[in-house]
Design a protein around this ligand. Structure first.
Ligand code: CA
Ligand code: CA
Ligand code: CA
Length: 402
């Protein structure tokens, strides 16, 4: 208020100055009577007279001029004083003003940040909110779901079984959803992509694999050396997690990742099972068959990397995403047979001197892919030698995605 008062004073002084200057600039000598402005417009034909004052002595300022200079000086001094006072008061007030300003800005900033946080929360909530889902979702081809996961999210009490999904191609597809078991620490919502269990009555191998019925019903390769496999359609249903298991049997001399002259995912880089997705193939999981649990033939180079005498490491594209086990102990020459007594990759039956049965999650593997995909999954049985030397047999295979 003091500042405003001073500003008003300053403005008043300035106005006063102009007024005084104007008055003094036109002020007539005191000897002249005051001249009032005409109150009526001049009558036509008349002219207004301009009254002249008497001239002062030559070389001397007239009284009017001295007064004007003094007045201007006085006004100037007043302005300076008022300005100085105002400046002082502004300076005195500047701290208060700064505090008020800073406080206001801080409150404004706090308010903005608060509003921004609420907006972010609402956006995040909108992102996580799923569309409403009917109880009948996935139960018929008229109520197609996007995934087993969506059905489970909508109706967590849904039992495992067959449900209808909508594929990206807009065609409906009936799939098996695993709803009441936990894989990879995630319960329910798993879509079964591959399933083979040769111990079930009537089960048979896919035609792209070779089936034997004695001494057990098992699936092996048609192509040897090399790979025989099955492509399991996903039909463009999106997934980012893959889990599953395989149960294999060693026949004669599997050599895990050695000799891995074929560090090529498209070739027989392993004596075992390769699970990939997409075209070109990308790796999901590998199951390898080592030569022996405990023997150090050729310094163990043909054994699993996890064996007592470790064998060659897997190719880089496999990384740590593999299980490896041997169904044999001792020298390979004493094991020219099919080892049904020790199923592979089940987390059981390994020699105490190795860690091949101690891999996390066994017999289930879990993968989280680098990104969500919708490509088909391929399971191949591979080895680099003929069936008379080695074979990869399986009787159980399961792959799930979500
Ligand atoms: Ca071999
Ligand atoms: Ca081999
Ligand atoms: Ca085993």
């Amino acid at each position: 208020m003091r500042i405003k008062a001073n500003l008003l004073l300053l403005v008043a002084l300035m106005v006063g100055t102009v007024s005084v200057v104007a008055q003094k600039a036109t002020k007539q000598p005191t000897t002249q009577p005051p001249t009032n402005p005409p109150t009526h417009p001049p009558v036509a034909g008349n002219t207004c007279q301009v009254l002249q004052g008497p001239p002062g002595p030559p070389g001397i300022c007239s009284y009017t001029e001295v007064s004007l200079v003094k007045g201007v000086r006085d006004i100037s001094t007043s302005i300076k004083e008022s300005g100085r006072n105002l400046t002082e008061e502004l300076t005195e007030s500047s701290n208060d003003l700064r505090e008020i300003l800073q406080g206001g800005l801080q409150r404004l900033n706090d308010g903005l940040m608060d509003a921004l946080g609420k907006i972010q929360q609402e956006v995040a909530q909108l992102k996580t909110e799923e569309p409403p889902c009917p109880r009948s979702l996935g139960l018929s081809s008229y109520k197609l779901a996007k995934s087993c996961r969506e059905i489970f999210r909508c109706n967590p009490s849904s039992p495992s079984g067959y449900y209808w999904l909508k594929s990206a191609s807009m065609e409906c597809r009936e799939v098996y959803c695993d709803m009441d078991t936990t894989h990879c620490s995630i319960r329910g919502g798993w879509m079964r992509v591959a399933y083979l269990n040769m111990t079930e009555p009537g089960a048979s191998c896919p035609t792209s694999l070779r089936q034997i019925n004695t001494p057990a019903k098992l699936c092996g390769r048609h192509t040897a050396p090399g790979c025989s496999g099955v492509t399991y359609p996903v039909d463009n249903i999106r997934y980012s997690k893959v889990c599953g298991q395989a149960r294999g049997y060693q026949n004669y001399t599997g050599e895990a990742f050695t000799p891995s002259t074929e560090n090529d995912i498209n070739s027989h880089y392993v004596d075992g099972v390769s699970i990939t997705y997409g075209n070109p193939r990308r790796h999901i999981w590998t199951f390898a068959i080592g030569l022996s649990d405990d023997h150090n033939y050729a310094n163990g180079v043909f054994n699993c990397p996890c064996a007592k005498h470790p064998g060659e490491a897997p190719p880089d594209f496999v990384g740590l995403d593999y299980f490896c086990e041997s169904g044999m102990t001792g020298h390979y020459q004493d094991n020219m047979r099919l080892a049904l007594e020790d199923p592979l990759w089940d987390g059981d039956g390994c020699d105490p001197g190795n860690s091949c049965c101690a891999q996390a999650g066994m017999p289930w593997f879990c993968r989280t892919l680098p990104q969500e995909v919708s490509e088909d999954i391929e399971v191949r049985l591979c080895s680099d030698q003929g069936i008379s030397n080695e074979e990869v047999y399986v009787d159980l295979l399961e792959v799930y995605v979500q």
